[in-house]
Ligand binder design. Sequence first.
Ligand code: FAD
Length: 291
Amino acid sequence: MRIDEVFERAGAARKLPVSFEIFPPKGELTLERGREVGSELAAFDPSFISVTYSAGGSGNKGATTKIAEAITAESGIPTVAHLTCISLFRDEAARKIEKLRAHGIENVLALRGDIPADDDRSNPHPADFRYAKDLIPLLVDAGFCVGAAAYPEGHIDCDDLDRSVRHLREKQDAGASFLVTQLFFDNEYFYRFRERADRAGITVPISAGVMPFMSKQQISRMVFMCGASLPSPVIKLLARFEDDPVALRQAGIDYACRQLEDLAEHGVDGLHVYTMNRADVASACMSAVRV
Ligand code: FAD
């Protein structure tokens, strides 16, 4: 099923769409393990599952399409295959689009991808697509329902939030029909972003992305990678459970559940849980919002 239809049906039934993100596991059993993860998470009946695409050297980028296809075939849960365009030329993009179609994929999250660390930002990686908005029309023309990424605190490379939202509007204008946000730990950022997006004429549904923190290393990696702010309640939890990884993990899941409950109460269009392929995360988050 197309994701625009998922949102339409949920709206008509007054039900909040809750989706999960998974990533293709690394290693030789990528596809098999990916299918296993997909079926574990599909058991919680999410509105859709999105499967990330690794443009880097993890060796698992070929698995995204097959995992997304397998989840829908085996569970009936709609899926979204992510696709990045950072180093794509038009002929490769056409081949990738053909592959997505051949595997019966209906929904694609169109992304630029992160600029490789060794790239010169003033003279970016040679490719035919500079921004995600350049990839979106190709996918729309090929018949896919296309989503795009949104940044409640602004994208890490863009220090002006209004400009970041204008770039988001360009993705809607290019044909994106739903948006999924980067993780954030302070819901107030999301609420302020939603007002800005409204003012900028963004009308497509925006799913709020939430990721439970699992450890101090994981949270610092995330924060440095994407520029999300760490509010004081999170810092206090990290300090309190510094020497107790099990308690810290549980505190991270509980914190995410409270974030999700609050977002649901504030009438968001959808919730997107970064599950990190973990059934316990999916289970706790789903129980928090589907009572
Ligand atoms: P864009 O929308 O192209 O934006 C990139 C930068 O360019 C931003 O700073 C933006 O403000 C700026 N910009 C956009 N348009 C213009 C313009 N017209 N003029 C000037 N500047 C402009 N990465 C992966 O590798 N694989 C994944 O599967 C993946 N999944 C993700 C899922 C979600 C929900 C999110 C939020 C991110 C995901 N990412 C993934 C990370 C993403 O690739 C990075 O955040 C990347 O740096 C930006 O991607 P984008 O699609 O938002 O890029």
